[in-house]
Design a binder for this molecule. Structure first.
Ligand SMILES: *Cc1c(COP(=O)(O)O)cnc(C)c1O
Length: 232
């Protein structure tokens, strides 16, 4: 299967999941996760019509973005150390992984230097796994209130990376919970906080995520194939 064929198949599966859930497919955007993959594959996907790409490793991304010749949109989706935020500045339109105030402050500071604002999602750890980043659901409201006060970033929704389950149906409750958390936050009407995006679902469970309300699905392996190595 070529990248083009993979993209076509995934877009069809997203459309079918939307149909099952009575959703408009235009509400769901596919984030092609290209971490560890070469610029040439990103250009190939772009030539096949894919506009939006997600990266997880700040330095790898920063170097690779220069090599990609197509005009594409970038999201940053990975765990982010505060001292790496500078590599993303002016390059990404959405950061999915804001999980603590110190990180939000540094993003605010870096985008402040540009005199621009960046959109962010708050990442929530729903599985209670120590190894995963994300704020606890119980601390989400407080984090949202604090981050919302920073002038150079806007909260646009929530993201989660649920525990790995062989059966995607086992992940459904986590997706549903993220959706409910977003609805709860929206009701608080905190200035600077909008709950328009739900970033959830990966290669093996994106259809369930779409059925549960995802607006951004982050798919890597099913587009580009297995990853050989961890990035840097
Ligand atoms: C790597 C990654 C993905 C993509 O995972 P696949 O299983 O390859 O689709 C999605 N989200 C995040 C946060 C990732 O780091």
């Amino acid at each position: 299967m070529t990248i083009q064929e993979n993209l076509q198949a995934i877009n069809q599966r997203i459309a079918a999941a939307c149909a099952r859930a009575g959703r408009n497919p235009a509400e769901v955007r596919l984030v092609a996760v290209s971490k560890t993959k070469p610029a040439a594959m990103i250009d190939e996907a772009a030539a096949a019509g894919q506009q939006l790409f997600g990266e997880s490793y700040a330095q790898e991304f920063s170097a690779k973005a220069e090599e990609v010749s197509s005009a594409v949109e970038w999201h940053f989706i990975g765990g982010l150390q505060t001292n790496k935020v500078k590599y993303l500045r002016s390059k990404v339109s959405l950061i999915h992984s804001v999980d603590r105030l110190s990180l939000a402050r540094e993003i605010d500071r870096q985008w402040g230097k540009l005199g621009r604002r960046v959109d962010v999602l708050l990442q929530v750890n729903l599985g209670g796994e120590e190894s995963k980043s994300g704020t606890e659901a119980a601390e989400l409201e407080e984090l949202a209130r604090q981050v919302a006060r920073l002038p150079n970033l806007r909260i646009r929704g929530l993201m989660t990376l649920p525990p790995w389950c062989d059966d995607p149906e086992e992940v459904r409750p986590f997706f549903r919970q993220l959706h409910q958390l977003a609805e709860g936050l929206a009701k608080l009407a905190i200035p600077g906080v909008e709950m328009r995006e739900l970033s959830m679902g990966m290669s093996h469970d994106f259809e369930v995520a779409v059925e549960e309300g995802a607006t951004l699905v982050r798919v890597g392996t099913a587009i580009f194939g297995e990853r050989q190595r961890a990035g840097g």
